[in-house]
Write a protein that binds this ligand. Structure first.
Ligand code: CTP
Length: 430
Protein backbone atom coordinates (compact mmCIF):
# COMPACT_ATOMS: atom_id res chain seq x y z
CA UNK A 1 0.00 0.00 0.00
CA UNK A 2 1.39 3.34 -1.03
CA UNK A 3 1.37 6.07 1.61
CA UNK A 4 1.57 9.66 0.46
CA UNK A 5 0.04 12.83 1.81
CA UNK A 6 -2.46 15.06 0.15
CA UNK A 7 -1.15 18.54 -0.48
CA UNK A 8 -3.22 20.62 1.92
CA UNK A 9 -2.40 23.79 0.02
CA UNK A 10 -4.68 22.47 -2.69
CA UNK A 11 -7.67 22.93 -0.41
CA UNK A 12 -9.43 26.22 0.11
CA UNK A 13 -9.19 27.53 3.71
CA UNK A 14 -12.92 26.93 4.15
CA UNK A 15 -12.73 23.35 2.93
CA UNK A 16 -9.68 22.74 5.09
CA UNK A 17 -11.60 23.95 8.13
CA UNK A 18 -14.53 21.68 7.29
CA UNK A 19 -12.24 18.66 6.90
CA UNK A 20 -10.41 19.43 10.15
CA UNK A 21 -13.71 19.74 11.97
CA UNK A 22 -14.89 16.39 10.61
CA UNK A 23 -11.63 14.77 11.78
CA UNK A 24 -11.78 16.44 15.16
CA UNK A 25 -15.35 15.34 15.74
CA UNK A 26 -14.53 11.75 14.74
CA UNK A 27 -11.47 11.83 17.06
CA UNK A 28 -13.74 12.81 19.96
CA UNK A 29 -15.58 9.52 19.46
CA UNK A 30 -12.48 7.51 18.47
CA UNK A 31 -13.89 6.77 15.03
CA UNK A 32 -11.81 6.47 11.87
CA UNK A 33 -12.88 8.86 9.16
CA UNK A 34 -11.75 9.32 5.55
CA UNK A 35 -12.41 11.50 2.58
CA UNK A 36 -12.97 9.22 -0.45
CA UNK A 37 -14.01 8.80 -4.05
CA UNK A 38 -14.73 11.70 -6.37
CA UNK A 39 -13.69 14.31 -3.80
CA UNK A 40 -10.18 12.91 -3.55
CA UNK A 41 -9.89 12.50 -7.31
CA UNK A 42 -10.94 16.10 -7.88
CA UNK A 43 -8.75 17.47 -5.11
CA UNK A 44 -5.71 15.73 -6.54
CA UNK A 45 -6.54 17.00 -10.00
CA UNK A 46 -7.05 20.52 -8.66
CA UNK A 47 -10.62 20.54 -9.93
CA UNK A 48 -13.41 22.30 -8.11
CA UNK A 49 -15.69 19.89 -6.26
CA UNK A 50 -17.88 21.35 -3.59
CA UNK A 51 -19.30 18.05 -2.43
CA UNK A 52 -17.41 15.88 0.00
CA UNK A 53 -17.64 12.10 0.21
CA UNK A 54 -16.88 10.93 3.72
CA UNK A 55 -16.42 7.37 4.89
CA UNK A 56 -16.56 6.39 8.55
CA UNK A 57 -15.53 2.97 9.78
CA UNK A 58 -18.57 1.24 11.29
CA UNK A 59 -20.38 4.37 12.47
CA UNK A 60 -21.23 6.38 9.36
CA UNK A 61 -24.86 7.19 10.04
CA UNK A 62 -24.33 7.85 13.73
CA UNK A 63 -21.46 10.13 12.79
CA UNK A 64 -23.56 12.01 10.22
CA UNK A 65 -26.43 12.59 12.64
CA UNK A 66 -24.34 13.81 15.55
CA UNK A 67 -21.86 15.78 13.42
CA UNK A 68 -24.71 17.62 11.68
CA UNK A 69 -26.20 18.55 15.05
CA UNK A 70 -22.83 19.63 16.39
CA UNK A 71 -21.95 21.74 13.35
CA UNK A 72 -25.39 23.36 13.00
CA UNK A 73 -26.09 21.60 9.70
CA UNK A 74 -28.97 19.51 8.39
CA UNK A 75 -29.08 15.74 8.19
CA UNK A 76 -30.91 13.48 5.77
CA UNK A 77 -30.85 9.70 5.82
CA UNK A 78 -31.12 7.51 2.70
CA UNK A 79 -31.97 4.24 4.36
CA UNK A 80 -32.06 2.14 1.19
CA UNK A 81 -28.42 2.99 0.44
CA UNK A 82 -27.30 3.29 4.05
CA UNK A 83 -25.95 6.76 3.35
CA UNK A 84 -26.64 10.18 4.81
CA UNK A 85 -26.30 13.68 3.56
CA UNK A 86 -25.21 16.53 5.77
CA UNK A 87 -25.52 20.11 4.59
CA UNK A 88 -23.24 22.39 6.55
CA UNK A 89 -23.60 26.13 6.97
CA UNK A 90 -22.05 27.67 3.86
CA UNK A 91 -23.86 25.05 1.72
CA UNK A 92 -21.08 22.46 1.83
CA UNK A 93 -22.66 19.11 1.02
CA UNK A 94 -21.17 16.11 2.75
CA UNK A 95 -22.20 12.56 1.78
CA UNK A 96 -21.48 10.14 4.59
CA UNK A 97 -21.38 6.34 4.48
CA UNK A 98 -20.13 3.51 6.62
CA UNK A 99 -17.30 1.42 5.16
CA UNK A 100 -18.95 -1.46 3.37
CA UNK A 101 -18.73 -4.42 1.10
CA UNK A 102 -21.25 -4.79 -1.65
CA UNK A 103 -22.74 -7.97 -2.95
CA UNK A 104 -24.49 -7.97 -6.32
CA UNK A 105 -27.08 -10.78 -6.30
CA UNK A 106 -27.38 -10.50 -10.10
CA UNK A 107 -25.56 -8.42 -12.70
CA UNK A 108 -27.23 -5.04 -12.94
CA UNK A 109 -29.31 -5.34 -9.79
CA UNK A 110 -28.80 -2.95 -6.90
CA UNK A 111 -26.21 -4.24 -4.46
CA UNK A 112 -26.82 -5.70 -1.04
CA UNK A 113 -24.85 -3.66 1.43
CA UNK A 114 -22.82 -5.41 4.11
CA UNK A 115 -20.56 -3.59 6.61
CA UNK A 116 -16.91 -4.04 5.68
CA UNK A 117 -13.43 -2.68 6.14
CA UNK A 118 -11.95 0.43 4.52
CA UNK A 119 -9.99 -1.81 2.14
CA UNK A 120 -13.12 -3.69 1.09
CA UNK A 121 -14.93 -0.44 0.60
CA UNK A 122 -12.24 0.96 -1.68
CA UNK A 123 -11.86 -2.23 -3.67
CA UNK A 124 -15.58 -2.49 -4.50
CA UNK A 125 -15.41 0.75 -6.46
CA UNK A 126 -15.58 1.39 -10.19
CA UNK A 127 -12.22 2.83 -11.28
CA UNK A 128 -8.81 3.18 -9.66
CA UNK A 129 -9.02 6.98 -9.88
CA UNK A 130 -12.20 6.82 -7.79
CA UNK A 131 -10.82 4.39 -5.22
CA UNK A 132 -8.52 6.78 -3.36
CA UNK A 133 -8.98 7.97 0.19
CA UNK A 134 -7.20 10.14 2.70
CA UNK A 135 -7.50 10.14 6.44
CA UNK A 136 -9.13 12.98 8.32
CA UNK A 137 -8.22 11.92 11.86
CA UNK A 138 -5.76 14.34 13.36
CA UNK A 139 -2.88 11.93 13.70
CA UNK A 140 -2.86 10.90 10.03
CA UNK A 141 -4.60 13.91 8.56
CA UNK A 142 -4.05 14.00 4.80
CA UNK A 143 -2.44 10.58 4.56
CA UNK A 144 -3.40 9.05 1.21
CA UNK A 145 -4.57 5.47 0.85
CA UNK A 146 -4.05 4.11 -2.63
CA UNK A 147 -4.63 0.37 -2.88
CA UNK A 148 -4.91 0.06 -6.61
CA UNK A 149 -2.53 2.49 -8.28
CA UNK A 150 -5.10 5.28 -8.51
CA UNK A 151 -2.51 8.04 -8.11
CA UNK A 152 -0.40 6.72 -10.96
CA UNK A 153 -3.52 6.45 -13.13
CA UNK A 154 -4.53 9.98 -12.24
CA UNK A 155 -1.07 11.17 -13.16
CA UNK A 156 -1.04 9.38 -16.49
CA UNK A 157 -4.70 10.11 -17.26
CA UNK A 158 -6.01 6.55 -17.35
CA UNK A 159 -9.38 5.05 -16.52
CA UNK A 160 -8.97 1.50 -15.26
CA UNK A 161 -11.34 -0.84 -13.48
CA UNK A 162 -10.24 -2.35 -10.19
CA UNK A 163 -11.22 -5.87 -11.09
CA UNK A 164 -12.54 -7.97 -13.96
CA UNK A 165 -16.09 -8.18 -12.60
CA UNK A 166 -16.62 -4.44 -12.28
CA UNK A 167 -18.98 -3.99 -15.26
CA UNK A 168 -20.72 -7.26 -14.52
CA UNK A 169 -21.44 -6.02 -10.99
CA UNK A 170 -22.71 -2.71 -12.21
CA UNK A 171 -23.14 -2.34 -15.98
CA UNK A 172 -23.97 1.37 -15.63
CA UNK A 173 -20.25 1.83 -15.10
CA UNK A 174 -19.80 1.62 -18.88
CA UNK A 175 -21.53 5.01 -19.00
CA UNK A 176 -19.47 6.31 -16.10
CA UNK A 177 -16.28 5.34 -17.93
CA UNK A 178 -17.29 7.42 -20.90
CA UNK A 179 -18.33 10.30 -18.69
CA UNK A 180 -15.02 10.49 -16.83
CA UNK A 181 -13.05 9.94 -20.02
CA UNK A 182 -14.82 12.89 -21.56
CA UNK A 183 -14.75 15.14 -18.54
CA UNK A 184 -11.12 14.60 -17.62
CA UNK A 185 -9.77 14.01 -21.13
CA UNK A 186 -8.44 10.61 -19.96
CA UNK A 187 -8.01 7.43 -21.97
CA UNK A 188 -9.66 4.15 -21.13
CA UNK A 189 -7.01 1.53 -20.50
CA UNK A 190 -7.08 -1.33 -23.08
CA UNK A 191 -8.17 -4.15 -20.75
CA UNK A 192 -10.92 -1.94 -19.30
CA UNK A 193 -12.01 -1.14 -22.83
CA UNK A 194 -12.18 -4.85 -23.63
CA UNK A 195 -14.27 -5.49 -20.52
CA UNK A 196 -16.59 -2.65 -21.51
CA UNK A 197 -17.09 -4.17 -24.94
CA UNK A 198 -17.84 -7.56 -23.42
CA UNK A 199 -20.26 -5.96 -20.97
CA UNK A 200 -22.28 -4.30 -23.71
CA UNK A 201 -22.27 -7.53 -25.76
CA UNK A 202 -23.60 -9.66 -22.93
CA UNK A 203 -27.14 -8.69 -22.12
CA UNK A 204 -26.21 -7.43 -18.67
CA UNK A 205 -28.47 -4.46 -19.17
CA UNK A 206 -31.65 -6.49 -19.01
CA UNK A 207 -31.62 -6.03 -15.25
CA UNK A 208 -30.86 -2.32 -15.33
CA UNK A 209 -34.01 -0.26 -14.99
CA UNK A 210 -34.73 2.57 -17.44
CA UNK A 211 -34.62 4.95 -14.43
CA UNK A 212 -31.01 4.04 -13.73
CA UNK A 213 -30.10 4.31 -17.39
CA UNK A 214 -31.81 7.67 -17.56
CA UNK A 215 -29.89 8.83 -14.52
CA UNK A 216 -26.57 7.96 -16.20
CA UNK A 217 -27.64 9.68 -19.41
CA UNK A 218 -28.70 12.78 -17.54
CA UNK A 219 -25.28 12.98 -15.92
CA UNK A 220 -23.60 12.58 -19.31
CA UNK A 221 -25.73 15.36 -20.81
CA UNK A 222 -24.72 17.67 -17.94
CA UNK A 223 -21.04 17.38 -18.83
CA UNK A 224 -19.46 20.24 -20.76
CA UNK A 225 -19.27 18.39 -24.06
CA UNK A 226 -22.30 16.09 -24.43
CA UNK A 227 -21.77 15.50 -28.19
CA UNK A 228 -18.23 14.25 -27.46
CA UNK A 229 -19.56 11.93 -24.75
CA UNK A 230 -22.32 10.67 -27.08
CA UNK A 231 -19.69 9.93 -29.72
CA UNK A 232 -17.79 7.95 -27.14
CA UNK A 233 -20.97 6.10 -26.15
CA UNK A 234 -21.49 5.25 -29.81
CA UNK A 235 -17.92 3.97 -30.08
CA UNK A 236 -18.62 1.51 -27.28
CA UNK A 237 -22.00 0.61 -28.76
CA UNK A 238 -23.85 2.00 -25.75
CA UNK A 239 -26.52 3.84 -27.71
CA UNK A 240 -28.36 0.62 -28.34
CA UNK A 241 -29.49 0.65 -24.72
CA UNK A 242 -31.53 3.70 -25.60
CA UNK A 243 -32.99 1.95 -28.66
CA UNK A 244 -31.54 -0.90 -30.76
CA UNK A 245 -32.29 1.05 -33.94
CA UNK A 246 -30.47 4.13 -32.87
CA UNK A 247 -27.66 4.61 -35.38
CA UNK A 248 -24.91 7.13 -34.85
CA UNK A 249 -24.78 8.46 -38.40
CA UNK A 250 -22.60 11.23 -39.77
CA UNK A 251 -25.77 13.33 -40.02
CA UNK A 252 -26.53 12.80 -36.33
CA UNK A 253 -22.94 13.60 -35.40
CA UNK A 254 -22.94 16.95 -37.15
CA UNK A 255 -26.43 17.74 -35.94
CA UNK A 256 -25.34 17.18 -32.34
CA UNK A 257 -22.36 19.39 -32.81
CA UNK A 258 -24.61 22.15 -34.21
CA UNK A 259 -26.95 21.56 -31.31
CA UNK A 260 -24.12 22.23 -28.87
CA UNK A 261 -23.20 25.45 -30.70
CA UNK A 262 -26.82 26.56 -30.65
CA UNK A 263 -27.12 25.59 -27.01
CA UNK A 264 -24.04 27.68 -26.09
CA UNK A 265 -25.36 30.60 -28.11
CA UNK A 266 -28.76 30.36 -26.42
CA UNK A 267 -27.23 30.18 -22.93
CA UNK A 268 -25.06 33.22 -23.65
CA UNK A 269 -27.92 35.16 -25.15
CA UNK A 270 -30.58 34.25 -22.57
CA UNK A 271 -28.78 33.32 -19.35
CA UNK A 272 -31.94 33.60 -17.28
CA UNK A 273 -33.97 31.15 -19.34
CA UNK A 274 -34.34 27.52 -18.43
CA UNK A 275 -33.05 24.85 -20.72
CA UNK A 276 -33.01 21.16 -19.93
CA UNK A 277 -29.92 19.33 -21.15
CA UNK A 278 -31.73 16.06 -20.69
CA UNK A 279 -34.63 17.02 -22.95
CA UNK A 280 -32.38 18.69 -25.49
CA UNK A 281 -29.90 15.88 -26.03
CA UNK A 282 -32.21 12.96 -25.42
CA UNK A 283 -34.75 14.55 -27.77
CA UNK A 284 -32.09 15.01 -30.46
CA UNK A 285 -30.86 11.44 -30.01
CA UNK A 286 -34.22 9.77 -30.44
CA UNK A 287 -35.37 12.17 -33.15
CA UNK A 288 -34.03 10.05 -36.05
CA UNK A 289 -36.09 7.02 -34.89
CA UNK A 290 -39.45 6.32 -36.47
CA UNK A 291 -42.34 8.14 -34.82
CA UNK A 292 -43.53 4.88 -33.29
CA UNK A 293 -40.10 4.06 -31.84
CA UNK A 294 -39.60 7.63 -30.74
CA UNK A 295 -42.88 7.52 -28.84
CA UNK A 296 -42.08 4.19 -27.17
CA UNK A 297 -38.56 5.24 -26.24
CA UNK A 298 -39.72 8.57 -24.88
CA UNK A 299 -42.26 6.81 -22.68
CA UNK A 300 -39.78 4.18 -21.54
CA UNK A 301 -37.37 6.87 -20.34
CA UNK A 302 -40.13 8.93 -18.84
CA UNK A 303 -39.73 11.94 -21.07
CA UNK A 304 -42.53 14.31 -20.10
CA UNK A 305 -45.69 13.64 -22.08
CA UNK A 306 -45.95 17.22 -23.22
CA UNK A 307 -42.38 17.35 -24.44
CA UNK A 308 -42.66 14.00 -26.19
CA UNK A 309 -45.78 15.06 -28.07
CA UNK A 310 -44.04 18.28 -29.11
CA UNK A 311 -41.04 16.30 -30.32
CA UNK A 312 -43.28 14.03 -32.38
CA UNK A 313 -45.11 17.06 -33.75
CA UNK A 314 -41.79 18.69 -34.73
CA UNK A 315 -40.81 15.55 -36.62
CA UNK A 316 -44.18 15.32 -38.36
CA UNK A 317 -44.03 19.04 -39.19
CA UNK A 318 -40.49 18.95 -40.49
CA UNK A 319 -41.29 19.14 -44.24
CA UNK A 320 -43.63 22.05 -43.53
CA UNK A 321 -40.99 23.72 -41.36
CA UNK A 322 -38.55 23.54 -44.26
CA UNK A 323 -41.16 24.86 -46.70
CA UNK A 324 -42.14 27.81 -44.54
CA UNK A 325 -38.84 28.79 -42.97
CA UNK A 326 -36.44 28.01 -45.80
CA UNK A 327 -38.55 29.79 -48.40
CA UNK A 328 -36.36 31.92 -50.71
CA UNK A 329 -38.93 34.73 -50.73
CA UNK A 330 -39.98 37.15 -48.01
CA UNK A 331 -41.48 35.47 -44.92
CA UNK A 332 -43.35 37.85 -42.60
CA UNK A 333 -42.12 37.65 -39.00
CA UNK A 334 -45.68 36.92 -37.86
CA UNK A 335 -45.67 33.76 -40.03
CA UNK A 336 -42.44 32.60 -38.40
CA UNK A 337 -43.84 33.44 -35.01
CA UNK A 338 -47.08 31.57 -35.49
CA UNK A 339 -45.20 28.50 -36.73
CA UNK A 340 -42.81 28.37 -33.79
CA UNK A 341 -44.79 29.85 -30.93
CA UNK A 342 -45.78 27.40 -28.21
CA UNK A 343 -42.96 24.94 -28.90
CA UNK A 344 -40.49 24.29 -26.07
CA UNK A 345 -37.11 26.04 -26.37
CA UNK A 346 -35.36 22.66 -26.58
CA UNK A 347 -37.55 21.72 -29.55
CA UNK A 348 -36.76 25.01 -31.26
CA UNK A 349 -33.04 24.40 -30.76
CA UNK A 350 -33.41 20.91 -32.23
CA UNK A 351 -35.28 22.43 -35.21
CA UNK A 352 -32.52 25.01 -35.55
CA UNK A 353 -29.88 22.29 -35.66
CA UNK A 354 -31.76 20.31 -38.28
CA UNK A 355 -32.94 22.99 -40.67
CA UNK A 356 -31.04 22.70 -43.94
CA UNK A 357 -30.91 26.28 -45.20
CA UNK A 358 -29.12 29.37 -43.94
CA UNK A 359 -32.19 31.60 -44.24
CA UNK A 360 -34.16 28.98 -42.31
CA UNK A 361 -31.62 28.99 -39.47
CA UNK A 362 -31.52 32.79 -39.54
CA UNK A 363 -35.30 32.98 -39.19
CA UNK A 364 -35.36 30.60 -36.23
CA UNK A 365 -32.65 32.65 -34.54
CA UNK A 366 -34.59 35.86 -35.17
CA UNK A 367 -37.65 34.22 -33.69
CA UNK A 368 -35.66 33.52 -30.53
CA UNK A 369 -33.95 36.88 -30.29
CA UNK A 370 -36.72 39.18 -31.57
CA UNK A 371 -40.11 37.92 -32.57
CA UNK A 372 -41.03 36.02 -29.45
CA UNK A 373 -40.12 39.08 -27.37
CA UNK A 374 -42.36 41.48 -29.28
CA UNK A 375 -45.10 42.97 -27.13
CA UNK A 376 -48.01 45.29 -27.82
CA UNK A 377 -48.64 48.45 -25.90
CA UNK A 378 -52.41 48.30 -25.69
CA UNK A 379 -54.50 45.74 -23.82
CA UNK A 380 -58.04 44.60 -23.10
CA UNK A 381 -58.87 47.83 -21.23
CA UNK A 382 -58.15 49.87 -24.35
CA UNK A 383 -60.39 47.66 -26.47
CA UNK A 384 -63.14 48.07 -23.89
CA UNK A 385 -62.78 51.86 -24.02
CA UNK A 386 -63.16 51.66 -27.78
CA UNK A 387 -66.67 50.34 -27.18
CA UNK A 388 -66.47 46.58 -27.68
CA UNK A 389 -68.31 44.43 -25.17
CA UNK A 390 -66.12 41.68 -23.67
CA UNK A 391 -66.02 38.42 -25.64
CA UNK A 392 -63.83 36.19 -27.80
CA UNK A 393 -63.19 39.02 -30.31
CA UNK A 394 -60.82 40.62 -27.75
CA UNK A 395 -58.21 37.92 -28.08
CA UNK A 396 -58.50 37.95 -31.86
CA UNK A 397 -58.01 41.73 -32.03
CA UNK A 398 -55.07 41.72 -29.62
CA UNK A 399 -53.47 38.91 -31.60
CA UNK A 400 -53.82 40.89 -34.81
CA UNK A 401 -52.26 43.91 -33.17
CA UNK A 402 -49.32 41.82 -32.01
CA UNK A 403 -48.94 40.44 -35.51
CA UNK A 404 -49.02 43.92 -37.03
CA UNK A 405 -46.41 45.08 -34.53
CA UNK A 406 -44.15 42.17 -35.36
CA UNK A 407 -44.42 42.81 -39.08
CA UNK A 408 -43.61 46.47 -38.53
CA UNK A 409 -47.06 47.65 -39.69
CA UNK A 410 -47.65 49.52 -36.45
CA UNK A 411 -44.85 51.09 -34.45
CA UNK A 412 -46.45 53.05 -31.61
CA UNK A 413 -49.25 52.94 -29.12
CA UNK A 414 -51.20 55.45 -31.21
CA UNK A 415 -50.85 53.33 -34.32
CA UNK A 416 -51.96 50.27 -32.34
CA UNK A 417 -55.03 52.20 -31.14
CA UNK A 418 -55.88 53.28 -34.68
CA UNK A 419 -55.71 49.70 -35.87
CA UNK A 420 -57.71 48.52 -32.85
CA UNK A 421 -60.43 51.09 -33.62
CA UNK A 422 -60.72 49.80 -37.20
CA UNK A 423 -60.93 46.20 -35.96
CA UNK A 424 -63.48 47.06 -33.26
CA UNK A 425 -65.63 48.90 -35.81
CA UNK A 426 -65.46 45.89 -38.08
CA UNK A 427 -66.62 43.56 -35.30
CA UNK A 428 -69.37 45.96 -34.21
CA UNK A 429 -70.62 46.22 -37.80
CA UNK A 430 -70.86 42.42 -37.73
N1 CTP B 1 -19.11 4.40 -7.39
C1 CTP B 1 -18.86 3.15 -7.94
N2 CTP B 1 -19.72 2.62 -8.87
C2 CTP B 1 -20.80 3.32 -9.28
C3 CTP B 1 -21.07 4.58 -8.72
C4 CTP B 1 -20.19 5.11 -7.79
O1 CTP B 1 -17.89 2.52 -7.58
N3 CTP B 1 -21.63 2.81 -10.18
C5 CTP B 1 -18.17 4.94 -6.37
C6 CTP B 1 -16.96 5.65 -6.94
O2 CTP B 1 -15.87 5.40 -6.07
C7 CTP B 1 -17.33 7.12 -6.88
C8 CTP B 1 -18.17 7.16 -5.60
O3 CTP B 1 -18.84 5.89 -5.55
O4 CTP B 1 -16.21 7.95 -6.80
C9 CTP B 1 -19.18 8.29 -5.57
O5 CTP B 1 -20.07 8.19 -6.66
P1 CTP B 1 -20.60 9.45 -7.45
O6 CTP B 1 -20.96 10.52 -6.53
O7 CTP B 1 -21.63 8.95 -8.43
O8 CTP B 1 -19.36 9.81 -8.36
P2 CTP B 1 -18.17 10.82 -8.19
O9 CTP B 1 -16.93 10.02 -8.41
O10 CTP B 1 -18.27 11.65 -6.99
O11 CTP B 1 -18.34 11.67 -9.53
P3 CTP B 1 -19.07 13.05 -9.82
O12 CTP B 1 -17.97 14.04 -9.78
O13 CTP B 1 -19.62 12.86 -11.19
O14 CTP B 1 -20.13 13.21 -8.78
Amino acid sequence: MERKRIDLKRLSPHLRRVLYSIGKFADSRSWNVFCVGGSVRDLLLGRKNFDLDILVEEHGLEFARSFARNAGGTFKLYRRFATAMVILPGAVKVDVTTTRREHYPEPGSLPEIIPGSLEEDLLRRDFTINALAFSLNKKQFGQLIDLSGGIADLESGVIRVLHEESFRDDPTRVFRAVRFQQRLGFTIEPRTEELMKTAVDLSLFEKVSPERLRHELELIFEETDPPGAIESMARYDELRFIHPRLIYSEALRSELSRLKENYDWFRRSFPAEDLSNWRLYFGALIYPLSIKNMGETGKKFNLSRRFLSQLIAAKRDEPETERILSSPGEVPPSRIYSWLWGRAQEIILIMLSRITSRPGAGRIRRYLTEFRKVTREIGGEDIKRLGLSPGPAYAMILEQILTARMDGKVKSREAELRLARRLVDKVNRG
